[in-house]
Ligand binder design. Structure first.
Ligand code: 5GP
Length: 204
């Protein structure tokens, strides 16, 4: 049965552990694809071009916007981030499930274009723990920590826009929940009715 892949959008406040959860998901479920975003932000130590991000300049980013190369893009903490369109559409067409790990502004743009996308919001066990995680990453000064936490409070108000939530209290629990969501979505009747009927009727 030819199936189109499903688009999973993983969102959540800065510091909640989206990157870690998605990375671990790819290890346990390597058939799932992860979209690599383009960004204008500086490469951090240890990050690899084409693995973590495509690090591009502002003018290249603007060119890609103009040529319609992004499925969505947004400014997040003074840097631009965008999802390159071509790879995502190709993978979906080939039947692969694909994950976008993006911010909520981008997620809402995807919702307009792909209402069938599956929107997942990753939550911290508590705001106190979120603060601890942001501090322990050691990337932000006091001012930025407050900015990220304020932003998190606002983002949580939009939880109703999402289909699922996962509380990231323990990495393997969070990954198991994500795997369960992906697998359950793969068994949906809705969206596959014609294909299913065709498959079994053709057999007779
Ligand atoms: P970081 O710079 O810490 O890797 O990511 C900062 C934020 O940008 C995170 O919330 C991350 O989810 C978001 N982000 C990463 N890639 C994209 C993208 O392609 N589009 C949007 N809208 N947000 C992104």
């Amino acid at each position: 049965m030819k199936k189109t892949g499903a688009l999973f959008i993983v969102c959540g406040p800065s510091g909640v552990g989206k990157g870690t959860v998605c990375k671990e998901l790819l290890r346990v479920k390597p058939e799932v694809k992860l979209s690599i975003s383009a960004t204008t932000r500086e490469r951090r130590k240890g990050e690899i071009e084409g693995v973590n991000y495509y690090f591009i300049g502002k003018s290249n980013f603007q060119d890609m916007i103009k040529s319609g190369g992004f499925l969505e893009y947004a400014e997040v903490y003074n840097n631009l981030y965008g999802t390159p369109k071509k790879y995502v559409l190709e993978q979906l067409d080939m039947g692969y499930d694909i994950i976008l790990e993006i911010d909520p502004q981008g997620a809402m743009q995807i919702k307009e274009k792909f209402p069938k996308g599956i929107f997942i919001f990753l939550l911290p066990p508590s705001m106190k723990e979120l603060r601890n995680r942001i501090i322990s990453r050691g990337r932000d000064d006091e001012d930025n920590i407050e900015k990220r936490l304020n932003c998190a409070y606002k983002e949580i108000d939009f939880i109703k826009e999402y289909d699922y939530y996962i509380i990231n209290d323990d990495l393997s629990n969070a990954v198991n929940s994500l795997v369960s969501i992906i697998e359950a979505e793969g068994c949906r009747v809705k969206g596959n009715v014609d294909e299913l009927i065709k498959m079994y009727k053709e057999e007779v």
